[in-house]
Design a protein around this ligand. Sequence first.
Ligand SMILES: [Zn+2]
Length: 157
Amino acid sequence: MSTLSFEALPSEELHRIRSIGFDDFGHAVRVFVNDKEPGTPLRCCLREAREDERVALIAWRPLHDAPDSVYAEVGPVFIHADDCPGYQDGGRYPEGFRHRQQVLRSYTAAGDLLDTTITDGPAAETDILRLLSAPAAAVVHSRNVQAGCYMFAIRRR
Ligand SMILES: [Zn+2]
């Protein structure tokens, strides 16, 4: 059993954003139909979009609990355009992203950057556990290597 918790974007917050049609930074939610498979990585369900799924692009602040940190960047994320079940397997690394090389960044509870590494999917848990073994590490963020966009967060259970 994993000692890690893998966290997608919070469903309640996404429901609120979908309902009002604007993200927390004033951008209209941009909806389109995914036309390729595998499609864009969905931060609500932690898998890649399937062909013909309705997806949306919004801005998101990954350091959601530390908005005053200088590291609290805002950036683009894809989500389902409509309410969805979210990520149902929070004790496990998202297998739909396993083939991706990712940047891992660890942060303190106050949102200061602590450490970084690049991981291949198969070694992800080992790299995450190493980053979280630092006493000050509260959370690790996974980001795309090339575009740099935020994917999901990992904490100790
Ligand atoms: Zn979804």
